[in-house]
Design a protein around this ligand. Sequence first.
Ligand SMILES: *Cc1c(COP(=O)(O)O)cnc(C)c1O
Length: 408
Amino acid sequence: MLSQELETGFIRKNRYDYHLSEIIRQRAWVEIDQGALIHNVEQIKGLLSPETGLMAVVKADAYGHGAIKIAQTALEAGANGLAIATLGEGIELREAGIWAPIVILGAINTPEEIRAIAHWQLQPTLCNSQQALVFSDTLSKLEQSLPVHLKLDTGMSRLGTPWHQAIDFVNLVAQLPHLKIASIYSHLATADDRDSTEMNRQQQRFEEAINQLKSHGFSLPPLHLANSAATLINPNLHYDLVRVGLALYGLYPAPHLRSVTSLKPVLQVKAKVTQVKTIPPGTGISYGHQFVSDRTMDVAVVGIGYADGVPRNLSNSLEVLIRGQRVGQIGAITMDQLMLDVSNIPNLQVGEVVTLIGKDGDLEITADDWANKLGTISWEILCGFKHRLPRIMVNTSSQKLEKLSSLT
Ligand SMILES: *Cc1c(COP(=O)(O)O)cnc(C)c1O
């Protein structure tokens, strides 16, 4: 069976959707803990009033976790809809048979894209009047209507109509045939800052726009403003639904938000030792010999590299876990492999598992640890894990298994 799967290209065709199979744990892989995801959905829902919906943000292949399984599991656990960034991401979910509401957060401007959106019943974001006219025109020709989400710019200065022009924008869309306003929303630029001044200013602008719409007699559609950080900070920011990405995956947008709720990281990155050798003092390791041994050293080669999503800039500062112990990486991280100083691990064998992100015994390494070393954010680390790494579904929280029966 396995050899047949390999011969028919099973692994390449289904790169997001691996089954629990030993064959794909041979080199390097990502483990996705469905129980942790369900736990996070429940924790987040616990912060929301019963009327507030949860939109699971699964853009960028669910932040590197694998969009299809994450979307299915999040919906099963109680998410009310999905958000993605691009048309292609939406089609991928539809082709996988996911028919929950899917909102495209990114901008869509061409008739070709609009026809595909209509075909796949995706829900676009409209950012300005010009775009709304193209939509209306294209949909009229198709004789098809679409729910649309209107984006206001309240201070992110990215997509959206400036909040003080909301009236004209909403007025226009409300009068265009074939467009049904499904929500009005905005996006916060600084919700993860300790200082909430700018976030409060954005919320005031959002409120201002909403109040103007109300005073002009519009009946308001659902409203939304909150990303993960705002969802954790204050129910006052929740409105009718929240758009949660990072927190779903068990990471906190900022350290000061850890006390709000207890989230579990969903993803672990593991690889196997492929060779072990002993080197004498004065031996250069890897490209450029950035590391030269100052003693006799045991070195392990591991089958994972920057083409899998281990940033090359972590060379010589990366740490990993083996047998519950912390081990330092040495020399330049190469495209497919990296080296470790395993002098403190006696008799290490080829095939032993190396944890790059995740838990081993009492120790844990998180995407935040990598982000801190690199001067970036955990979002970028998670999105960096490449398709070459199989995603393997595991469940470490067995009490939730009954909920997954329909998925497995
Ligand atoms: C990515 C994104 C989110 C999710 O942000 P997190 O901080 O990961 O929760 C929400 N809204 C919009 C518009 C986004 O682009």
